[in-house]
Write a protein that binds this ligand. Structure first.
Ligand code: G7M
Length: 317
């Protein structure tokens, strides 16, 4: 395993303004819509490519679940009703909740790079079965040639951002990690709990790098992550999914902790690997994740898809 050198991290930024992070917004003033790049009526989300101050922005809008503590405010004088159907005892209405109850979730990425626009756009998807040889010859060289955009990860590990959101930290440089809410979770609905555990170590890129040397790290994250979630949110291990994405979006090793009721994007059989299974597989065979063929899905604008296509992977079909 190769260590990420300290000096390389300077060029790894999500933000093309270097270290200057853009200010917190208080409205969408100045945003011009370029295009709706993704839409999902089931998840009630829409993703917009916009321009702000001459730079690209991504805005993800998501309708949030009802907050049952506020149900009294929903059924009150303050909610205006517009009738859309009436038949005997049956009526349907458009209900306009008071503005304080009407918040939707907005995630803004600004300035956004071309890669962000690709990542968040609806695209055709393809399955890849990555043998160890394909990993060494196609995937790994691509990962090594990329300038990863992981400033947000370093900001968390160095407590420069999101420090007030940390749920738990084990500072051990070898087996330690920081557990905090994923950007996708609004921290209100416990049934939608979504935390990420980010390791302090810098030399684990993904599942492919794991072997029996990683077991103390993996077991530590599983045990302490579950304990911290039980203590803070009173959610037991039997109600939690703890898993690793392959491929991940960011090649600094991290874990996903989600509530069992949440249908988390990326929890499919083509991306999620349960941490308990990963530990057991490595206990049985240290080189398990180095020797196995791993399946994952790529999207047509991703550089991994393009690389596999260039290598003739899809011609065999
Ligand atoms: O697919 P992958 O395993 O790499 O997942 C990375 C996770 O990190 C996703 O679930 C993202 O929602 C989450 N994430 C991404 N960013 C940029 C941030 C961030 O800035 N803060 C937090 N808390 N989570 C993030």
């Amino acid at each position: 395993m190769e260590a990420a050198p300290e000096k390389k991290r300077k060029i790894e930024s999500d933000n093309d303004q270097g270290d200057i992070a853009p200010p917190v917004l208080c409205s969408f003033k100045g945003f011009d819509i370029e295009k709706v790049i993704a839409e999902n009526s089931r998840n009630k989300t829409t993703t917009i490519h916009a321009k702000m101050g001459g730079k690209d922005a991504i805005v993800l809008l998501e309708k949030t679940p009802f907050d049952l503590d506020h149900v009294k405010k929903y059924l009150s004088d303050d909610t205006a009703l517009k009738n859309t159907l009436k038949n005997d005892i049956y009526g349907t209405y458009e209900a306009f909740l008071p503005p304080t109850e009407n918040a939707i979730k907005a995630v803004v990425i600004h300035p956004a790079t071309e890669k962000h626009i690709q990542k968040y756009s609806d695209q055709e998807r393809y399955i890849i079965r990555e043998t160890p040889e394909l990993y060494s010859n196609v995937t790994l060289p691509l990962l090594q040639s990329r300038q990863f955009s992981m400033q947000w990860v370093y900001n968390i590990l160095e407590k420069k951002q999101e420090a007030d959101r940390i749920v738990f930290e084990d500072p051990d440089p070898e087996t330690g990690f920081i557990l905090l809410p994923d950007m996708k979770w609004d921290r209100k609905d416990k049934n939608a709990l979504y935390l990420v555990g980010i390791v302090h170590k810098h030399d684990v890129r993904s599942l492919r790098d794991l072997d029996d040397m990683s077991l103390p790290l993996l077991r530590n994250i599983l045990i302490k992550g579950r304990e911290a979630i039980k203590e803070k949110y009173n959610i037991p291990a039997s109600r939690l999914h703890v898993y690793i994405h392959y491929q991940p979006s960011y090649y600094h090793f991290h874990m996903h902790f989600t509530h069992i009721k949440l249908e988390a994007p990326g929890f499919g059989a083509d991306r999620a690997h349960l941490l308990t299974d990963v530990i057991e597989n490595i206990e049985m065979m240290s080189e398990y994740y180095k020797k196995r063929t791993l399946t994952f899905v790529v999207r047509e604008q991703e550089d991994l898809y393009i690389k596999y296509k260039e290598n003739g992977y899809f011609e065999k079909e």
